[in-house]
Design a protein. Structure first.
Length: 481
């Protein structure tokens, strides 16, 4: 029983510390961005670029761009992949879309940057982009006959003209500005512009109580809950309650709970951007440059949103709420499980299996990522746990390349769409490319001469160029009967 309670306390403490962290500056804007992308960008403006006969200069970058707009996990992306493939998308661009969307979407990258650092997020983006296109090209080359036969059975369904409106563009850009203002780590944003001390003499005692309730060991990467964090948790709970009444039926029109939800969301971002420090005589509130920047970006969102038609902004809020319901509960469960697992895993295990940037270490990380499914975003706190327990950053990237792309259930669903032979090739390519990504990034972390790393990337691009030439020659061949 003592062991069980210890595990439960570990999970609850990790969850409380997670909800209290300033990742809310990343998560809240990202959910609204994902919803805006889903609701305000016409589907035809994305899918019409993915046909097999579309120029590779357009189709593969477009597939990656389309994937970046969808904050979904590997299981959710499969039906979308099936839809665009069966309606005429080429196998190569469709596979690039399937690979890139779970790991390269704006939500995953922003969250990765906030938890693991901007350099790691950039490496994840760059290698996912290059290798996603590479995997798509290889699949198109390996199965070019099947792809040609499939193309002959479909018509050009992606030729519709569609464009995003100026108001929708303004909303998206303003939301991105909120995310950047909240997460960018530069001195003007962190500088204190003004400060005030609120007469709350119990603030220090409350902080001590929080540390007693949620003990933590900073050496293991654990975090406690601050007074500011407890306030953010309270605001988050209020947002959830208000959103359930204000956004669940938003398509029927807004109500007072809708405005309460949006007001609480804005207040939460502003509180997270400030700096609250308990003092003996009260609570010191520092107004930082980040508070001003976030406030300005929120005003821009409001200004642009007022230009949207009613059905457009209602659809935007509904899609954002749908993403929250789809992802956030699983995220909470995953973070709790991470806290439990953290109590069981011995640092020596991680150090022994993946503490160096070896081929075996990267392969072990990929196998774990393939067969231990975590919903989108949950893999990031899991990765943070592994990093704190001694995993090398190379195998860590290999894990994050494989985990969002594949799970046992998604493998079965992909096989139902494109067949077992193509699925086996796809899974194998994901594994090989993920190990390669881990080795390359791990070499960078270990201080290997950047010239050699660049040479490796250039060699990879050279191989892709050669494969592309083969693909173009085969594409010009007549389709099989």
């Amino acid at each position: 029983m003592d062991t069980f309670l210890h595990l439960i306390n570990g999970g609850a403490g990790n969850l409380a510390a997670y909800l209290a962290a300033h990742v809310l500056l990343c998560l809240l804007p990202a959910f609204f961005i994902a919803g805006a992308m889903a609701a305000l960008i016409p589907k035809a403006s994305i899918t019409r670029w993915l046909g097999r006969n579309t120029s590779y200069r357009v189709s593969y970058p477009a597939a990656a761009a389309a994937g970046s707009l969808l904050a979904v996990c590997s299981c959710t992306i499969v039906p979308l992949f099936a839809g665009i493939y069966k309606k005429g998308a080429g196998l190569g661009p469709a596979v690039t879309f399937l690979f890139f969307a779970p790991a390269g979407n704006v939500l995953a990258l922003a969250y990765t940057g906030s938890i693991l650092g901007a350099e790691f997020a950039f490496a994840r983006f760059l290698l996912c982009l290059l290798f996603g296109i590479g995997i798509g090209l290889l699949m198109a080359m390996l199965f070019w006959r099947d792809d040609a036969r499939h193309d002959a059975q479909t018509d050009a369904l992606f030729a519709e003209q569609a464009r995003i409106g100026t108001a929708a563009t303004g909303v998206l850009l303003s939301l991105v500005a909120v995310l950047i203002a909240g997460t960018l780590k530069v001195s003007p944003l962190s500088a204190t512009v003004a400060s005030v001390t609120l007469p709350l003499p119990g603030a220090e005692a409350w902080q001590a109580t929080l540390f007693d309730w949620v003990p933590f060991d900073a050496a293991k990467g654990e975090e406690g809950v601050s007074v500011q964090g407890s306030l953010l948790i309270g605001l988050l709970l209020l947002i959830g309650g208000a959103a359930w009444k204000g956004l669940e039926n938003i398509v029927e029109g807004a109500n007072r709970w809708t405005w309460a939800t949006l007001g609480l969301a804005a207040a939460t971002l502003l509180v997270a951007a400030a700096r609250l420090t308990p003092q003996a005589d009260g609570l010191d509130v520092a107004i930082t440059g980040r508070v001003l920047a976030v406030a300005a970006a929120l005003w821009a969102v409001l200004h642009q949103a007022r230009r949207l038609a009613a059905d457009a902004w209602q659809a935007w809020l509904w899609e954002s709420w749908r993403f929250v319901k789809q992802i956030f509960v699983l995220l909470v469960v995953g973070v709790f499980v991470v806290g439990v697992v953290r109590q069981l895993i011995q640092p020596a295990w991680i150090q022994d299996l993946a503490g160096t940037n070896s081929l075996l270490a990267n392969a072990v990380a990929v196998v774990f990522g393939v067969f231990m499914y975590f919903p989108t975003l949950v893999e990031v706190p899991v990765a943070r746990m592994f990093l704190d327990l001694g995993m090398h950053r190379g195998p860590l990237l290999a894990y994050l390349m494989a985990d969002p792309e594949l799970s046992l259930q998604s493998i079965l669903m992909v096989a139902a769409v494109i067949g077992r032979r193509k699925t086996a090739a796809y899974v194998s390519l994901v594994a090989v490319f993920s190990v390669t990504a881990g080795l390359l990034y791990g070499a960078w972390v270990d201080g290997v001469n950047p010239v050699w790393i660049a040479a490796g990337l250039l060699a990879f691009l050279g191989v892709l160029a050669a494969l592309l030439a083969v693909l173009l020659r085969r594409r010009s061949s007549p389709a099989p009967a």
